[in-house]
Design a binder for this molecule. Structure first.
Ligand code: ADP
Ligand code: MG
Length: 243
């Protein structure tokens, strides 16, 4: 668990006279154990902001704090953040068990027996305990997404970061996984940043909604606040608020 502070973060891509401002002076406090959902049109800077928090991209200006520490100089592993993306990128030649244990073998000094026990119990929690010896290619899309989630949480991270994790799944699986992710987040009490373009996910999954447009923060509030009391025309139009 960790509190996260995004402090006046700006990200520009390209040379100064024709640079793109992907993230424009964003400040945001995320509470310990909070589930925050990020929405906005394509190109509004959601992924760039996630990559900056994760340490995969360096901001042009501003600071990222995790807990009390400024983590600007730290790489992804040291930030103790687990990430799940839309194209979950499992290792195709490894079994589910190997996919899930890989990160633990690389980053902890757990014994082989401890790793096996942790992987097994996480797999059971994710309802994929019977698939540990299978390769990703033998699994359905939904099962693969469960493995990707299991692989992310098996390290018991401080922060869980998901960028459109369900957008490759069909509607029925998406609904099932929404519930699953909320249950996991509750059980693990892990601070979670979740990017989506799905209206249902935006309105139902998080404690707060963060709405971006052209890299600028438009509104931060509970989903109901944003929907019923939109801060501006953009938010009202984007969420389809009643007029
Ligand atoms: P979103 O995830 O909301 O769709 P992105 O964060 O991917 O938005 O992109 C925000 C803006 O930054 C877009 O204009 C995009 O083209 C630009 N951008 C993102 N990554 C790069 C990059 N590596 N190089 C140049 N421009 C980029
Ligand atoms: Mg994106």
């Amino acid at each position: 668990m960790a509190k996260i502070t995004i402090d006046e973060v700006t990200k520009r891509f390209g040379e100064s006279d024709e640079s793109i401002v992907a993230v424009d002076d964003v400040s945001l406090d995320i509470n310990d154990g909070e589930f925050v959902v990020f929405v906005g049109p394509s190109g509004s800077g959601k992924s760039t902001l996630m990559r900056i928090v994760a340490g995969l991209e360096t901001q042009s200006e501003g600071d990222i704090h995790i807990g009390e520490a400024v983590v600007n100089q730290l790489g992804p592993r040291a930030r103790d953040i687990a990430m799940v993306f839309q194209n979950y990128a499992l290792y195709p030649n490894m079994t589910v068990e190997e996919n899930m244990s890989f990160g633990l073998k690389m980053s902890t000094d757990m014994s082989a027996a401890e790793i096996e026990e942790t992987v097994t119990s996480t797999a059971e929690m994710m309802d994929i305990g019977n698939l540990l010896d299978n390769k990703p290619g033998e699994l359905s899309g939904g099962q693969q997404q469960r493995v990707a989630l299991g692989r992310a949480i098996v390290r018991d991270p401080n922060v869980f970061l998901m960028d459109e994790p369900l957008s490759n799944l069909d509607a029925k699986l998406r609904a099932e996984m929404r519930t699953e992710i909320n249950r996991l987040q509750n059980d693990l009490d892990v601070t979670t940043l979740y990017v989506t373009h799905d209206q249902t996910e935006a309105m139902t999954m998080g404690d707060r909604l963060v709405i971006l447009n052209y890299g600028e923060l438009q509104q931060v509030g509970t989903p109901l606040e944003c929907f019923y009391r939109p801060a501006n025309q953009f938010v009202a139009g984007f969420l389809g608020s009643p007029s």
